[in-house]
Design a protein around this ligand. Sequence first.
Ligand code: ZN
Ligand code: ZN
Length: 111
Amino acid sequence: MGARFGNPRRRTPPKVDPNKTAAEIVRELKRAAGPVSDYREQSLRLHGLICAKCGREFEAKDRHLLTVHHKDGNHQNNPSDGSNWENLCVYCHEDEHSRGLLGDYFRKSHS
Ligand SMILES: [Zn+2]
Ligand SMILES: [Zn+2]
């Protein structure tokens, strides 16, 4: 029952590559943060806080209930004019995707 030493591995500082410049590290951090939240903000600004499907309007405080749907299903395709985005509330968004899958399923099994 002696005093136990803490696991020394726990306190290893994050590795810093000495070959990298500060600018490079900052660039990588920015890339890690990603444009993911970026297109959402853009789409909400472009199309407004309204669901394209059920027409439900949202207030700023409920904006988290609005999601951005990619019309072509490609999340990498983010034209700045918003032509590939649709603002859908979480309910319609789920509906949109489950229906697409089911639609494919039925089309295949009935043809
Ligand atoms: Zn909706
Ligand atoms: Zn979607």
